[in-house]
Design a protein around this ligand. Sequence first.
Ligand SMILES: NC(=O)c1ccc[n+]([C@@H]2O[C@H](COP(=O)([O-])OP(=O)(O)OC[C@H]3O[C@@H](n4cnc5c(N)ncnc54)[C@H](OP(=O)(O)O)[C@@H]3O)[C@@H](O)[C@H]2O)c1
Length: 303
Amino acid sequence: MTLNVSPLTLGTSGLGRNSLRGSAEETAAVHIAVDLLSSEHTFVDTSNSYAGGRSESVIGRALRQVGEESRYRVISKVDCDPETGAFGRDRVLRSFDETKAKLGVDRLPLLHFHDPYSVSFEEAVGRRGALEALIELRESGQVDAIGIAAGPVPMIERYLQTQVFDAVLCHNRYTLVDQSAASMFAAAKEQGLTVFNAAPFGSGLLAKGPGSQYHYAPASEELQAWVAKAIDVCAEHEVTLPAVALHFSLRNANIDSTIVGVVSPGRLQQLNDLHAEVVPDEVWGAIAALGSAPAAIDDSQYR
Ligand SMILES: NC(=O)c1ccc[n+]([C@@H]2O[C@H](COP(=O)([O-])OP(=O)(O)OC[C@H]3O[C@@H](n4cnc5c(N)ncnc54)[C@H](OP(=O)(O)O)[C@@H]3O)[C@@H](O)[C@H]2O)c1
């Protein structure tokens, strides 16, 4: 089943983090979620575990404000038991129940199997494993589609071989500095899956520049130096690094939707502005001329 996605999907992994129920911080987060759900972008991406569960709660409150028409604009993910790491059939069904309760919906357009690091592939695909529950949820019509959402490309490729998924999400592996997901995305697209590329800014570095994190960890000196050179190239062509980083993902025909984290005030408008920027074609050659960026992520343990 192919999803009708827009080029941008709005990411909410930090939405409502540390906000208490009824606090001013929660109200501010709900305002942001209302804006996201009222935007021209089709889907908001969340998960049961984002921001300690607060992302879905905040989105649920926003959904009650914006009304019926946005009910099916939220994509979520099932997560392992936060205490035991259990991630079998029963946990998947429980996680989905928790998500429905927080969001206040009875159905989702897409539910991902999220970061399955606490179980082996064999456990996940075996009897009473996670995949059994995901397929059940799709067959019963409680979700329209199921996906695999994770980081390491070799792990995702293994799950895609099962041919049960409708969608794939990979993060931080198709950016200006790391293209290790490129061939996996091409193969997934070829198989008719909906392809999501998450974190085009590498979680910060490619939007904020040197001194920021890549893939949720400090960037090496070498990587920061490469990014500083990329900023100079962008300036020579009168574009900004975040615009180039975003359009690098948007221009790949194998990617159906790029997921960007927009959880701070003003970020949605900035994202729309970056989306509207025209990046001159010469920029791509000039960035390529910098040579490959120093490795930012080591996925060798998954090969
Ligand atoms: N395993 C998974 O399924 C998985 C993993 C990772 C991500 N995702 C999804 O993908 C989404 C995006 O990932 P992400 O948020 O980690 O990474 P990202 O979108 O690459 O980067 C977000 C970071 O960039 C900054 N930023 C955004 N717009 C900016 C702008 N216009 N100017 C300057 N800085 C800007 C944000 O800063 P502020 O915080 O200051 O706003 C934030 O630190 C997540 O929210 C989640 O929905 C899924």
